[in-house]
Write a protein that binds this ligand. Structure first.
Ligand code: M6R
Length: 364
């Protein structure tokens, strides 16, 4: 049932404030200002190293999580797409935690990586949305997302719920490693608890995004740029756009532009820049200006402060609510999802069932 939406994808984008709140309820003890995991008997302090393996959008959630694990818990993280993981003789030391991330819990490459790592003695944690899935059954530790069934082939609400679980896991790991004071934990709980309302605010930009989608719908190629945790979001934005609108899109680390891709820039290539105000903002903006100096048409996704500072000269801006850096990746997922959605609708493609794609990829 699509409710009053035209497509499952739209319905699922709009469900995010509710399902992220639902997911967070399983990981936050708000009254006690504590982050917890639904695996109370497992001692996270023994974890020496983390390996993350996933595919597609779930892989991008893992890329965001790498920043969090390293920043909060100071635990080294290795991350790979599942289809590559087994073919590079990965070094898996004792005391390693492998995290598989999967909406379906059935993706063949991810499952094969799970089995390989398990045979090598790694502890396996599965962040999955389908609790009865094969990965959920085979993992040692189950960390469910509570996104509810996701029907649209383009993953949306599963992604933001994965981020919520991974943020909670990073905080728990930091706590187990003695790297988080009760005050810091309290602050993290408060920031995460703000995510559902911030998602709601972000959804309030839907009409504005729909109105500017035409600027992208006519393009042959689109670039997405971001730095830090906005880099995986740039990759996710490009994946969403290409899979449902069939426009060629690429995500790039903003600083990597001048090492090659800038040669592609001309007035026909829209460049979507994801840059919330904050410590990385200036650097990303200078990359954005390099694009503008070559005639590139920039769409800036930022907050009011960022847009006031750098919105001039952009062909469009998408204003997000001010979000704490911890929840910014969750909140900024919304505009990239909505942009892809409206471009696809404008192009008349089959949004929920894009050509050549299956919801669950069960062949390696
Ligand atoms: O079920 P999974 O999360 O393991 O699926 C992984 C990818 O196949 C999936 O995220 C795919 O990239 C989506 N179509 C992206 O929207």
């Amino acid at each position: 049932d699509k409710g009053n939406h035209r497509h499952f994808m739209a319905k699922e984008i709009y469900e995010q404030p509710i399902v992220v709140a639902q997911t967070l309820r399983a990981y936050l003890q708000r009254l006690e200002d504590k982050v917890t995991l639904p695996i109370p008997d497992f001692d996270l302090s023994v974890i020496k190293r983390v390996t993350i393996v996933a595919c597609g959008t779930s892989y991008y959630a893992g890329m965001v999580a790498k920043y969090w694990f390293e920043q909060f818990a100071r635990v080294a993280v290795d991350i790979d797409v599942a289809s590559e993981f087994r073919y590079r003789a990965p070094v898996m030391e004792d005391g390693g935690l492998m995290i598989v991330i999967s909406q379906s819990g059935e993706t063949a490459d991810t499952l094969a990586a799970l089995r390989h790592a398990k045979a090598e003695g790694q502890t396996i944690a599965a962040v999955v949305n389908v609790p009865t899935s094969t990965m959920a059954r085979e993992a040692d530790l189950l960390l469910p997302t509570h996104a509810g069934p996701e029907i649209g082939v383009a993953s949306t609400k599963a992604f933001t719920c994965q981020l919520a679980v991974l943020a909670a896991l990073a905080a728990n790991l930091a706590k187990a490693k003695g790297r988080m004071t009760p005050e810091e934990e309290k602050a993290i709980v408060a920031h995460l608890a703000e995510a559902p309302a911030a998602l709601n605010d972000a959804l309030g930009r839907d009409e504005a995004i729909e109105a500017m989608a035409g600027a992208v719908a006519g393009a042959r190629d689109v670039l997405y740029l971001g730095r830090g945790t906005d880099y995986p979001l740039a990759l996710e934005g490009a994946l969403k756009l290409k899979e449902i609108s069939y426009i060629h899109a690429e995500g790039y680390a903003a600083g990597e532009m001048k090492h090659g891709p800038i040669a592609l820039i001309d007035e026909h290539v829209p460049v979507i820049v994801i840059a919330p105000s904050g410590p990385l903002f200036e650097k990303t903006v200078s990359n954005m200006q390099e694009v503008q100096a070559r005639g590139g048409k920039v769409v800036l996704i930022s907050d009011a402060e960022g847009i006031a500072a750098a919105g001039e000269g952009c062909i469009a801006t998408i204003e997000m609510p001010k979000a704490h850096p911890l929840i910014a990746p969750i909140v900024y997922a919304v505009p990239v999802q909505l942009l892809a959605y409206h471009v696809a609708v404008a192009k008349g493609t089959d949004v929920d069932q894009p050509r050549n794609l299956a919801k669950s990829v069960t062949v390696e």
